[in-house]
Design a protein around this ligand. Structure first.
Ligand code: GTR
Length: 421
């Protein structure tokens, strides 16, 4: 009898795990006790005590994130060709100059085209530029009638009126509340945005679509997923920006919301040309500490989005405590460059406290490098940003990017780049 019960339990174990996973925990009292890997201790147990040590330790941590979380980017043998396809000297009622630049990523006879929509203040020489993906097409970020509609795959999200996975006029200006471009430009910043599906359509297509088509390497458990592909795409936009005389490539701020916040963090960690990194409500696999298992968990994210991370990441479904890294080390990889993490109070799925704690636990790395980490270890009140070289805020409301969020990012950037306020 005993035997039967234990074999039934054995059979039921995976189901129990799944059931456990399918009920997200929102109760702080049920957060497991956990020990985080220390970014300032080498894998062999020795201490990281100098900038030089950190460079080495940074390499260790980066490699773990590559092989166990986001996946390794294969070597790129292709080229990027840019063509300015439209320009407008007096966009947004004269506030901005606007252009659309097509980047053709080419490898032999294979090509993927990515459209970059750029708004710059009339005097753009010293303007920092926010580089940020959009979710549904460049035309959703503006009401200007002549901005091109993407011809790549888009999701049929109701709000944007796409049908048969193709965008159309109905989506124009649909994401305006997330893209206060007039406000941003009038405060002296530029905006460069790209529809993320131009780089890789966001569905599980076996890595046959988007820029994956440009690579030949066979796949294994360490191969890159879509987040790494989107991050790689941001670096290719950066390659272009370095050639654009109207933009100061030393002042590019990589910013993203939600899955694209995870992407901006990985881009900021992978490519040190990004001067500043912003994560808006990035949650699991972004800024939130995985070991807390609060809201979205590693198991949940891998089940819902099996194409976002490398296959090795699935080893940690329900076993986050075995991860050789946690997300505070993703923030630490950006050091000593400034990074801003933002949460929303009602966005429990993204675990605001876990996002905050990543900033706290990344701070010793910034401090070792002579920068200010997060100035407090206490979670701040709503709408009271904490500003060090790591910055953090939590605002009231839902999972979203609001004008308040943008205003905080602009204030942070004005301070860092010493612009007039
Ligand atoms: C959710 C996902 C989150 C977040 C979000 C988004 O469904 O669970 O990790 O990335 O999507 O990107 O909007």
């Amino acid at each position: 009898m005993q035997k039967i019960i234990s074999s039934l339990l054995f059979l039921a174990f995976p189901l129990l795990l799944n059931a456990q996973q399918s009920v997200p925990n929102y109760d702080e009292a049920k957060v497991p006790v956990y020990t985080l890997p220390d970014p300032l201790v080498f894998r062999d147990g020795s201490a990281v005590t100098s900038k030089k040590d950190w460079e080495k330790r940074r390499g260790e941590i980066y490699q773990i994130f590559e092989k166990e979380v986001f996946g390794v980017v294969p070597s790129w043998k292709g080229s990027v060709k840019s063509t300015v396809v439209s320009g407008k000297a007096n966009a947004l009622g004269g506030l901005a100059k606007r252009k659309e630049v097509r980047l053709d990523l080419v490898n032999g006879n294979r090509k993927v085209s990515v459209m970059v929509l750029i708004y710059l203040p009339q005097k753009s020489e010293n303007a920092p530029v926010f580089l940020s993906y959009n979710f549904n097409g460049n035309h959703t970020t503006t009401t200007e009638p002549d901005v091109l509609i993407p011809d790549s795959w888009v999701s049929n999200a109701k709000a944007y009126g796409a049908t048969e996975n193709r965008a159309n006029e109905r989506g124009r200006g649909g994401a305006l509340s997330m893209w206060p471009i007039k406000e941003i430009v009038s405060q002296g910043f530029g905006v460069a945005t790209v529809y993320y599906g131009d780089v890789d359509p966001d569905f599980n297509d076996g890595f046959k679509d988007g820029i994956f088509r440009l690579f030949d390497s066979p796949r294994d458990s360490t191969s890159w997923g879509s987040i790494a592909a989107w991050s790689w795409g941001l670096s290719r936009v950066m390659d272009y920006i370095e050639t654009d005389k109207e933009i100061d490539a030393k002042k590019v701020i990589v910013m993203g919301h939600s899955r694209l916040g995870k992407t901006s963090l990985w881009a900021g960690a992978s490519d040190q040309r990004f001067a500043m990194t912003i994560s808006n409500n990035s949650g699991c696999g972004g800024a939130a500490i995985s070991r807390r298992k609060f809201g979205e968990t590693v198991g949940r994210i891998n089940d819902s989005f099996p194409h976002w991370f490398c296959d090795n990441f699935k080893k940690y479904n329900t076993r986050e405590e075995l991860m050789p890294v946690d997300q505070h080390e993703l923030i630490a990889l950006i050091a000593p460059r400034p990074v801003y993490v933002a949460s929303a109070a009602e966005d429990l799925w993204a675990d605001p406290k876990g996002e905050f704690l990543s900033c706290v636990y990344a701070s010793p790395v910034y401090e070792l490098l002579g920068e200010k980490g997060l100035p407090s270890r206490e979670m701040p009140a709503l709408s009271k940003p904490l500003i060090g070289t790591i910055a953090y805020h939590i605002r009231p409301g839902k999972h979203d990017v609001t004008l308040y969020d943008w205003q905080c990012y602009m204030d942070f950037a004005k301070q860092y780049f010493k612009l007039k306020r």
